[in-house]
Design a protein around this ligand. Structure first.
Ligand SMILES: Nc1ncnc2c1ncn2[C@@H]1O[C@H](COP(=O)(O)OP(=O)(O)OP(=O)(O)O)[C@@H](O)[C@H]1O
Length: 547
């Protein structure tokens, strides 16, 4: 059967009593050409030329593709003929094909040239906008590309090079395989793949974030070279221990493995984890943190994996869990050592399968998330005591980072305190210049069980209470002064002899109410020795004043 022998009435079935027109099983619609022209105008006026062209091109592409699929299954005889698509164009009243050329041989490759003399699009565009500057049969060209791509089972693109809408006597499209087009296609292809406004915006935001991060890194590098400052992405440090951790974190950021960050509460585990995220290839993705220890098992499950509407009483809408929210980014699981045995199994499954299932759902969803877990516990001890699953431990603990407590980083104490002070000064609009020598001594001798978080609170409170230029011991919380948890009470036996001596001297001085004469007597050392040793401490605070 040849195309020309076909009676169009055999194709379309009008069923007005049901309110439908059918082409086999596909529902078709009859549209007024002017209404479609007005839709085009709305699209151009609302979204601009580029977006409108993309929408109409892809609309045409989908129409062409579906038409080809229908022909393939229902009318294979027509489908096999070159002019099948053109015939459908005419049948649908979209345009009339006045010339058709097709070559499909090895020498010239696949190429198709079709001319139209009655394009509804050219007519409408002309009516609503006047003569266009370039070809504008976007839907029809998209249709041809979709139809031929489906038929050839390869990407075929048509480009319109003459158009009645642009003042030419007829419209002409030329079609080739993508790889045969060369550079010419570059200007046209984006209209076939333009992302939705949402995706476009998301992409732009990510690019912007990446640029910001690059800039931040460059600034960090510059500040390290220029001023020897030790504030990297908000991680203030001067001690060698922490500088080593930061270097390690930088290297960890380059790989995508799971990490366990351990250390006492308030020591900076989350801060370091964020640093890893910010310096990783996921930096432009989200960093999502959750404190696993603060939630009940049921709540944690629904927080992590999400839930379906109606999954339990009170679940009145679908809830996207943190795994999904952290997609393409990092999920920070704080206090991982506190999760229940049942939760450990569920988490292990999510990590192994890289997919999650919302509570009450039957569908698994793929997630691409890097896990950084933190704990104040010794996880390997927890494994030995059978409180933490060994398989989950090994899955999480590909890399382990242990952050030392603040009392073991004496060099950091005054330095961080000074940086916090500057910040608090700004926040409270104050101009407190520093810490008195006695206050500095106490900051150094205190054991900081709450680590940096406690130091932050103490400095903030002291600035609020401080009456003079400098923070004095009296500005510190009473418990810290009356009942100090001394470094010597908290330190591990791995302290060096020098550090032990330093702590001892400071604690004796403290017990003598700051009197150096009494301390000299108690310590049985001379004035020069005591002053020299205390000087070693002071160097830090003096260094801070010039930092
Ligand atoms: N090196 C540092 N420089 C600047 N601020 C820091 C540093 N370390 C920690 N902080 C600050 O101290 C506070 C506590 O840090 P963080 O929350 O990272 O500790 P954590 O170990 O995760 O605590 P927790 O175990 O209680 O969750 C935060 O406000 C953080 O910004």
């Amino acid at each position: 059967m040849l195309i020309n022998d076909i009676d169009p009435k055999d194709f379309l079935e009008f069923v007005p009593e049901e309110g439908i027109i059918k082409l086999k099983d596909q529902r078709m619609l009859l549209f007024d050409a002017v209404a479609l022209g007005l839709l085009r105008k709305e699209l151009i006026d609302t979204f601009g030329h580029f977006a409108a062209r993309s929408i109409l091109t892809r609309f045409g592409y989908a129409h062409g593709w579906r038409t080809a699929e229908l022909l393939r299954s229902e009318y294979p005889a027509i489908f096999s003929q070159d002019e099948g698509g053109s015939y459908l164009h005419m049948l649908f009243g979209l345009t009339r094909t006045c010339e058709f050329n097709h070559s499909d041989n090895l020498a010239s490759g696949f190429s198709m040239q079709v001319c139209w003399d009655n394009s509804y699009e050219a007519e409408q565009h002309h009516l609503l906008f006047g003569v266009a500057e370039e070809p504008i049969c976007w839907t029809l060209t998209g249709f041809a590309s979709g139809y031929e791509s489906c038929k050839q089972e390869r990407e075929v693109y048509f480009i319109e090079d003459k158009c009645r809408g642009a003042g030419d006597p007829f419209c002409r499209i030329v079609g080739k395989f993508r790889e045969d087009w060369g550079d010419e296609l570059e200007a046209h292809q984006p209209f076939y793949s333009m992302e939705s406004a949402d995706t476009l915006l998301k992409g732009l935001t990510q690019k912007l974030k990446r640029t910001e991060l690059d800039l931040k890194r460059q600034q960090e590098q510059l500040s390290l070279y220029n001023a020897n400052l030790h504030n990297i992405s908000g991680l203030v440090t001067r001690s060698n221990e922490m500088k080593r951790i930061v270097e390690l974190a930088r290297r960890i950021a380059k790989v995508d493995s799971s990490v366990v960050v351990s250390g006492e509460s308030g020591v900076g585990k989350e801060r370091v984890s964020r640093f890893i995220h910010d310096h990783s290839s996921r930096a432009s993705g989200p960093f999502v943190a959750v404190n696993c220890g603060a939630l009940t098992e049921t709540l944690l499950e629904s927080e992590l994996f999400g839930h379906k509407k109606g999954a339990f009483t009170g679940a009145d809408r679908d809830h996207i869990g943190l795994f999904e929210q952290a997609n393409e980014g990092t999920l920070f699981l704080d206090e991982i050592g506190d999760i229940s045995a049942a939760m450990q199994v569920k988490l292990l499954r999510a990590l192994q399968e890289k997919e999650i299932r919302r509570v009450g759902d039957s569908q698994d969803r793929k997630v691409n998330v890097r896990i950084i877990a933190a704990t104040h516990r010794n996880l390997s001890e927890e494994v030995k005591a059978n409180r933490f699953r060994a398989d989950l431990y090994y899955r999480l603990c590909v890399i382990e980072l242990t952050i030392p407590p603040l009392r073991d980083r004496a060099e950091d104490i005054l330095f961080i305190a000074k940086v916090i002070l500057e910040q608090v000064n700004k926040d409270m609009n104050r101009n407190v210049t520093g810490f008195s020598p006695k206050a500095s001594e106490l900051l150094l001798s205190y054991g900081w069980p709450g680590n940096v978080r406690e130091l932050q609170n103490v400095v903030e409170r002291s600035v609020a209470l401080c009456m003079g230029q400098e923070i004095a011991v009296d500005d510190f919380p009473e418990t810290m002064v009356q009942n100090p948890v001394l470094v010597s009470q908290l330190s591990t036996p791995t302290l060096s002899l020098e550090e032990m001596e330093m702590e001892y001297i400071l604690s004796v001085l403290k017990s003598c109410g700051g009197s150096k004469t009494l301390a000299m007597e108690k310590l049985k050392i001379g004035k020069t020795t005591l002053y020299r040793k205390l000087n070693d401490y002071r160097k830090l605070s003096e260094g801070l004043a010039t930092a």
